[in-house]
Design a protein around this ligand. Structure first.
Ligand code: NAD
Length: 370
């Protein structure tokens, strides 16, 4: 696996472990970035082109994400070189061997990422007893089925809405990417009176300023179809979702969907980032200049990781959802207050908040980062 330039600073990484087993064809890396706040949680990514450098960057992102979510967990990440669509029996053998080799690294708790899912976490849990987002049969909380991240987005909307004088009752909402995150965000916001006026998936955009039929859209997606198949719909192009006038715009699909080239088309007051890095830095800055409030990804979409940490702590679903609401509300408030107080972008405020929490925890540790 290529080494690249591994980033390092006063926050980490604390450990980089390479695991190689030639006979098995196993080549993996674990990066534990910083565990001042507690054992790290971070996903295991399976991809053909992963590098140590990528793993280290992702581990740092988890340090900030977990600290921003105010979890008693540090950041780590692991990567395994291979085709994510390899036969399940081969994947199971590789994952079990990788986990076994790391069985004593108690500062790292495995989670799912690209190329791994709850079944994979079940194998790892069986092997070493240290994984989150497990199958329900093993005590896992099915976070995508219950909508942990969408639930957190609703709380972010309530707090951010109050800060900018936006009532959720009647607020026009648009969701880009009507999947696990997007559907539940729309559903939880509708419970607060918001009206879904636009939704898209990888095939089509549907829009209706009088309000789309949410139940019909959800039923179509749950039947494994696309929004283009909604009966009597007049589907528009995928990209048209950016032009739908609304109060709350929720990206919940892919990275970098809003850039300097299309940001001026957005007509909204609040952007709640359900997806990871959906806007480029340039686009976020231009939105701020236009007075649009942006709640950055690792603050707004932390519902999933909070749910996973609560599962690991043995909490019930009810307690996990209470924690999501409480933490996300507190964090959105803190980020907006810091952003206003210091005249910085919400993302800059969020990074400062997270880094300060990590440094504060490091003061209580003899060796700081671990
Ligand atoms: P998902 O696969 O369930 O849904 C993604 C949806 O986006 C699908 O409906 C797909 O058709 C649609 N889509 C794909 N390309 C599109 C495009 N170009 N335009 C419009 N729609 C498009 O995935 P998900 O779990 O809902 O995750 C969505 C995003 O949120 C990802 O970026 C993920 O990393 C991020 N995220 C998810 C969670 C979680 O709890 N699932 C937590 C944090 C962040």
């Amino acid at each position: 696996m290529s080494q690249g330039a591994t980033p390092g600073d006063h926050l980490g990484p604390a450990k980089i472990i390479r695991v190689v087993h030639q006979a098995l064809g196993l080549d993996g890396v674990l990066v534990i970035d910083n565990v001042a706040r507690g054992p790290s949680i971070g996903g295991l990514r399976v991809a053909p082109d992963v590098t140590v450098e990528e793993c280290a960057r992702l581990a740092r992102a988890m340090t900030f994400k977990n600290a921003a979510a105010d979890l008693a967990h540090g950041g780590g990440k692991s990567v395994l070189r291979g085709d994510p669509r390899m036969p399940p029996e081969r994947k199971e053998a590789l994952l079990r061997a990788f986990a076994h080799a790391l069985r004593h690294e108690t500062d790292y708790i495995f989670g799912p990422d690209m190329g791994t899912d709850e079944t994979c976490m079940g194998w790892i849990s069986d092997e070493i007893g240290r994984a989150v987002a497990l199958p329900a049969a093993l005590g896992g909380i099915p976070l995508d089925e219950l909508g942990a991240t969408g639930f957190g987005l609703r709380h972010a909307a309530e707090v951010a809405g109050a800060a900018i004088g936006l009532e959720l009752e009647g607020a026009r909402t648009v969701v880009q990417g009507f999947g696990a995150v997007g559907i539940h965000a729309a559903r939880f916001l509708a419970e607060r009176g918001a009206v879904l006026v636009g939704a898209s998936d990888s095939k089509a955009t549907l829009t209706d300023q009088a309000g789309l039929d949410l139940a019909q859209l959800v039923a179509t997606k749950r039947a494994g179809k696309s929004l283009a198949d909604v009966p009597d719909a007049r589907p528009g192009p995928v990209d048209a979702v950016i032009d739908v006038a609304c109060d709350i715009w929720i990206p919940a699909a892919r990275p970098d969907v809003i850039t300097g080239d299309n940001v001026d088309r957005l007509q909204t007051r609040l952007v709640l980032q359900g997806a990871n890095i959906p806007c480029t830095d340039d686009a976020e800055r231009r939105l701020a200049e236009r007075g649009v409030t942006v709640i950055p990804d690792f603050i707004a979409n932390a519902g999933g990781v909070i749910c996973a940490a609560m599962e690991y702590a043995g909490a019930t679903r009810t307690a996990a959802f209470e924690a999501i609401g409480e933490k996300i509300r507190g964090n959105v408030e803190a980020v907006l207050a810091r952003s206003r107080g210091r005249g910085v972008l919400p993302r800059e405020a969020a990074v400062e908040l997270a880094a300060n929490r990590v440094r504060e925890a490091m003061r209580h540790r003899r060796f700081g980062i671990f």
